[in-house]
Design a protein around this ligand. Structure first.
Ligand SMILES: [Zn+2]
Ligand SMILES: [Zn+2]
Length: 250
């Protein structure tokens, strides 16, 4: 599998990065995880506008899904080749309604479903193209999922947005790469069931036995070096910071 960080800024875009969006490729199949603010523009640095094969939305906070409205325009009003065929979109209950109302105040769900084929995510195991994926509810104020993606004997886990969660420990079990949010700073913000800090991300990776940890979803007001140091204090494996355009072969 190849993972490309399209955007990794937490909660709102920074000057350097769009919000959450990660491209996962294997066997020529392209799965996009989340499409937050600014992601659609950045995505075009890494693949063609119409080259995606499926999209997974971890939850419906704007910083993880709002560029789906822009992508609707690109697919629905495509200038060359006509309207795009429906693209599989996996998201929590209500994804179609949420995106439709975000796009226009007079929603027409039928238009959205002409170019997106919505599938409701539940905690389960299923296939997306060549990937075997496992989804679990994680600890966030809205219905939110973490995802474990397996292919060719390798595993990538993406936390989505979450506080400390036993479900996340399970998803990250023995993962080759654990892409984990660390939006908070240890000792500064302490709100349960919202976000992890660097230390908690490191503790999760350690408990899960993940082989490599990449911290992501760090907001512009959070110092990433503090979170990196905090994670390293509790996790002996390799830890890095996500950066736009970074790629990982898993
Ligand atoms: Zn977020
Ligand atoms: Zn969120």
């Amino acid at each position: 599998m190849k993972l490309t960080v399209v955007g990794c800024s937490g909660s709102f875009p920074s000057a350097e990065s769009a919000c959450s969006s990660y491209l996962v490729e294997a066997d020529g199949f392209r799965l996009l995880l989340d499409m937050g603010n600014g992601a659609l523009g950045e995505l075009q640095r890494h693949c063609g506008l119409y080259d995606l094969d499926a999209i997974f939305l971890s939850h419906l906070h704007a910083d993880h899904c709002i560029d789906m409205c822009a992508y609707f325009v690109a697919r629905y009003y495509r200038h060359e080749g006509g309207r795009c065929a429906p693209l599989p979109v996996y998201g929590p209950e209500g994804t179609e309604h949420r995106l439709t109302t975000a796009y226009a105040d007079t929603p027409t769900a039928s238009s959205m479903s002409e170019v997106f084929d919505f599938h409701t995510v539940k905690p389960s195991t299923f296939e997306i193209g060549p990937f075997l994926v496992h989804t679990e509810r994680v600890a966030h104020p809205v219905e939110a999922y973490g995802i474990r993606i397996e292919h060719g004997g390798r595993t990538l886990t993406y936390s989505g947005d979450t506080g400390v969660s036993p479900a996340l420990d399970d998803l990250a079990r023995d993962a080759d790469l654990f892409l984990c949010e660390a939006a908070f700073t240890h000792g500064k913000e302490n709100i349960p069931d919202l976000h992890l800090n660097g230390r908690e991300a490191g503790e999760t990776a350690a408990r899960a036995g993940a082989r490599r940890l990449i911290l992501t979803h760090i907001p512009p007001w959070t110092d990433p070096q503090i979170n990196l140091t905090d994670a390293r204090e509790v996790y002996a494996g390799s830890v890095g910071l996500a950066a736009p355009g970074a790629t990982y072969v898993i």
